[in-house]
Structures are given as C-alpha cells and as structure tokens.
Write a protein that binds this ligand. Structure first.
Ligand SMILES: NC(=O)c1ccc[n+]([C@@H]2O[C@H](COP(=O)([O-])OP(=O)(O)OC[C@H]3O[C@@H](n4cnc5c(N)ncnc54)[C@H](OP(=O)(O)O)[C@@H]3O)[C@@H](O)[C@H]2O)c1
Length: 336
C-alpha cells in the first residue's frame, strides 16, 4: 500500500482525486489538508458520505511528509511551490496540480503569474506530467508537473502534426470552451450563476495564463519557437473542455485521412487518447480520463477538435496516471 496525502482537499480537483483514489487498490489516504476546514471530508464533500471520513487538517509540510509517501498538491500556484521543496527534502514524491513547475523560465513565470517563483532553481528540471509524451522521465521522477486543462487539449492533438511537419508552426489558432469548474471552488463574479448561466463569454483573450505553457510545449514539438492565438470561453456547463485548433497545412494536398492516420499511429498504444471519426462532444468523455480527438480539412486549414473532462484528464485523472507510473503500478489502475 502507498500512503497518500492531498493538499487543498476542499477543492474541486481534490474531490475528483479522492473519488479516483478510493477505487485504487494500492492507495491508503492518510492526510487531507485545508487551511481552515477541520470537518471530516464527507461533510465538506457530501458525495463522499459512506466512503471516506478522514478529517481535514492544517498540517505543516513536515507533518504531511511523516504520514505519506506521495503527496498530491491541489493548491493554487505559488502556494504549491512554497511547500513542495520541504516535502521533497523529506523523501516524499509529489504530483503538483498547479502551474508552478510547468514553465521552464522563472522570468516567464513571473511575467504571467505576477509573483517571484518560490523554488526557481527547479524550473526546467521537472517532467511535464503528460505520459503520452514524457512517460520515461515521469517514471523516474520525484516531482511531476501535472499539465493544465486547456494545454492538454492543445498539446495532445497538435504535437504529432507539428512533429511530422504536417502543419506550419505560424498562425495556429486555438478556440477553447470550458465548463465552470475550471475556475475552482472559490467564488468569483463571472462564475456566479446569474452571470454564467445561459451565457457564453470570451475571457482573457491573448493573456490567459495557459498561453505560455501551450507555446512552450508546442515549440518543443515543432523544434522552433511558436506563438499561438488562444481564445478561451466560459460555457454554462459544470465540466468539460472542447478545443478547436486551426492550422495552416505545411504542404499542399494533405488529406483528412492522412492526418487521422498520423494521429492514430502516434496514439495507437495510448490507453486514454482515442482518435475518432465523428465530431466529439464533452459529454462522451465526462468523468473519464480520456481525450477524444478528430481532424478535418476545412478550406485552406487543418482543424483538430479535442475534448476532455477538465477535472479528470485535465487534472486528477492524469495525476493518478502519473502516480501509477512513479510508483510502479499499472498505468491505467483506478482510471476510467
Ligand atoms: N479546476 C480545474 O479544472 C483544474 C484543472 C487543472 C489544474 N488545476 C489546478 O489545480 C489546483 C487546484 O484547483 P481546484 O480547481 O481544485 O481549486 P480550488 O477548488 O479553488 O481548490 C484549491 C484549494 O487549495 C486551498 N488553497 C487556496 N488558496 C491557498 C493558499 N494560498 N495556500 C494554501 N492553500 C490554499 C483551498 O483550500 P482551503 O481554503 O480549505 O485551505 C482550496 O480548496 C490549482 O492550482 C489549479 O490551477 C485545476
């Protein structure tokens, strides 16, 4: 049994994580933290009643490390990297849900997150927790940077096409729609029911914090520095992300079946990425760790459409996939 602690256990991603870990035969949850909440976790998250009743506790990094071999940090950016170094020093492995270790440059982090990085020396040395692309380095890692939800829907479909030079690296446009749980549990005005119900809004055009993460990993795939246009939308649904990506073909006469074949070959052994013929919707992957991807040739553009559940493949599901790799479990264990 692997002893596991969860930081920020009152949050949305933590709830999904607990539900997945309850199905995991190799996991014992030993600590759940919150800064203020002291009630048992099933009082905070009633969907857990009858399944787990550990108390929430305000624990130091040292106390957490004394109880766990693996810590899932479901904290916001900067709060996460403030405690992770001490956890690592105490011999614990960590899967970090925040953006703290995803970017390689402390300057880029400061520009986008508007704080000094609390653990800048580690940047660039932490594997990005996308097993489909970085499995080997995840297996041997003590710390993994779990990907952002929007970046997952951009990087999975576009990486094979950039690597195979089927699309140009210039002028890639990402049009993304997300459910409201993407913003977390803490109330904010634009997530308030009368604001977001029956409404679709565009937000953070050209300045969403996932933009540098998408650019960094797509640049690695392209072998050259690229900058995408990324337009996120908030949609009136609880969960799910759909991203439509538009790119210029790198040569003439590229067909839809050629693109689908490249994607199928690339992901043929991946349990959680399916290349589909139809136009996928978010409901078909809801509550699963799956990403469905298709492609079309439309006019003079190649288009990909990808869907995930932001809380599962976009957060807690991929975190457990990473945990399974780091601790030698079967990669798909406990995951749907
Ligand atoms: N929501 C998504 O779809 C999604 C997807 C991918 C990644 N992520 C990332 O995953 C992390 C958790 O997201 P979430 O949606 O679960 O957020 P959330 O629902 O807001 O939960 C975060 C939890 O962290 C604790 N917390 C907040 N501020 C803190 C601070 N300054 N110091 C220590 N603890 C603090 C809070 O617990 P207490 O107030 O009880 O202490 C809160 O419940 C974030 O880094 C987020 O960016 C989220």
């Amino acid at each position: 049994m692997t002893k596991v602690a969860i930081l920020g256990a009152t949050g949305y991603t933590a709830l999904e994580l607990i539900k997945i870990l309850l199905r995991h035969p190799g996991v014992e949850m030993t600590a759940l933290t919150s800064r203020e909440e002291t009630a048992p976790v099933d009082q905070v998250h009633p969907s857990l009643i009858g399944r787990i009743s550990l108390p929430m506790e305000n624990l130091s990094a040292k106390e957490v490390a004394s109880r766990a071999e693996c810590v899932f940090s479901c904290l916001p950016h900067a709060a996460s990297a403030a405690v992770i170094p001490e956890l690592l020093e105490n011999g614990v492995k960590v899967v970090d849900f925040s953006a703290d270790y995803r970017l390689h440059s402390p300057e880029v982090f400061k520009k986008w997150y508007e704080v000094e990085h609390p653990d800048a020396n580690r940047l660039g040395k932490v594997p990005y927790g996308m097993p489909e692309l970085f499995r080997k380095s995840i297996i041997s890692a003590n710390l993994v940077a779990n990907p952002g939800c929007y970046p997952t829907t951009a990087i999975l479909p576009l990486t094979p096409l950039l690597r195979e030079k089927l699309i140009e690296s210039r002028d890639v446009i990402l049009d993304s729609k997300s459910g409201v749980s993407g913003g977390g549990r803490k109330p904010k005005l634009n997530y308030h029911y009368p604001e977001c119900n029956e409404n679709i809004t565009t937000y953070n055009v050209g300045k969403h914090r996932h933009l540098p993460e998408i650019n960094q990993y797509l640049s690695m795939a392209a072998g050259t520095s690229l900058e995408v246009i990324f337009t996120p939308h908030l949609t009136p649904m609880d969960r799910g992300i759909l991203t439509a990506a538009y790119a210029k073909p790198a040569r003439t006469n590229i067909t839809q079946s050629e693109i689908l074949d490249v994607l199928r070959n690339f992901y043929q052994n991946e349990p959680f990425v399916q290349i589909v013929e139809h136009l996928p919707g978010t409901k078909e992957v809801a509550f699963t760790n799956r990403c469905h991807i298709t492609a079309r040739v439309v006019g003079e553009r190649i288009m990909t459409i990808s869907v995930i559940d932001n809380l599962i493949k976009g957060a807690s599901g991929s975190a457990v996939q990473n945990f399974n790799l780091m601790f030698g479990y079967e990669e798909t264990l406990a995951l749907l």
